[in-house]
Design a protein around this ligand. Structure first.
Ligand code: ADP
Ligand code: ADP
Length: 233
């Protein structure tokens, strides 16, 4: 069962009258519970592709089917629902709300879902426990380390139980030790049955994934299964 079906996806940016083609025909299928690392040189179109996968941006041409729904033809309000309900997005810069506590940040996606404050807080607490941040839930982002902020962001991405977890350079701002901790969390998310796609330019990080897709100059250069390693629970 395909979670993601991309067919000849093209994306150009227009700078004045100049067209800058960034994705030049990308075709990829990703099945349920795959764990994919998206790699490629800077400027090859990784972030652009992730933004399309995350329904943050729309392709110029081509088809994007997510869980059987044609995202490429959706209106903005439908895209907003998909972003909230079907996708959890983790960013390099964490993108937390600075004035909200860790708990409140995690609970934000639940507001849209229309559930009570009490239930939102219970769910957010449970998610923070799951990512190993049971303690500091009353702290604000500027009172947390980078690794702790990323845990909060991961908890927020998971709180609506999305069918797809996307992460764009999730360890890009973290030291090596913290990066390994964060990758262990993604490993557990995958082991729990989730579909995970993450962008990284570090081979060590990509080794955690089961499949490595390399982009070059807006096209898929290679798409290979990774050697399977034992996951230490
Ligand atoms: P990567 O993530 O692989 O580094 P990006 O998808 O960020 O690649 O960028 C691919 C190309 O598209 C780059 O040349 C970048 O400058 C350009 N680009 C990305 N976003 C925009 C944008 N919003 N407007 C114009 N050009 C953009
Ligand atoms: P990454 O490190 O993820 O590749 P970048 O630093 O290339 O990200 O880009 C950060 C953001 O700026 C992205 O959202 C991208 O779409 C946007 N961007 C990148 N290049 C350009 C550009 N030439 N013009 C406008 N926006 C851009």
């Amino acid at each position: 069962q395909s979670v993601i079906h991309l067919e000849d996806i093209r994306k150009s940016y227009f700078i004045g009258k100049n067209e800058l083609p960034v994705l030049k025909g990308v075709t990829i299928d990703i099945n349920r519970n795959e764990y994919v690392a998206l790699m490629g040189p800077s400027g090859s179109g990784k972030s652009t592709l992730m933004n399309i996968l995350g329904a943050l941006d729309t392709p110029t041409a081509g088809k994007y089917i997510l869980n059987g729904h044609d995202v490429s033809s959706m209106e903005d309000n439908e895209l907003a629902r998909i972003r909230n309900q079907e996708i959890g997005f983790v960013f390099q810069q964490f993108n937390l709300m600075p004035r909200l506590t860790a708990l409140e940040n995690v609970a934000v996606p639940l507001i849209y879902a229309g559930i009570s404050k009490r239930e939102r807080e219970d769910k957010a607490r449970a998610m923070l426990e799951k990512v190993g941040l049971g303690e500091r839930y009353k702290h604000k982002p500027n009172e947390l380390s980078g690794g702790q902020c990323q845990r909060v962001a991961i908890a927020r991405a998971l709180v609506n139980d999305p069918s797809l977890i996307l992460a764009d350079e999730p360890t890009g701002n973290l030291d090596t030790k913290t990066s390994v901790e964060i990758m262990d969390i993604f490993g557990k998310i995958h082991a729990g049955g989730n579909t995970v796609v993450l962008v990284t330019h570090e081979e060590d990080i990509a080794e955690h994934a089961r499949r490595i897709i390399r982009l070059r100059d807006g096209v898929v250069e290679s798409d290979k299964m990774n050697a399977i390693k034992e996951i230490v629970a």
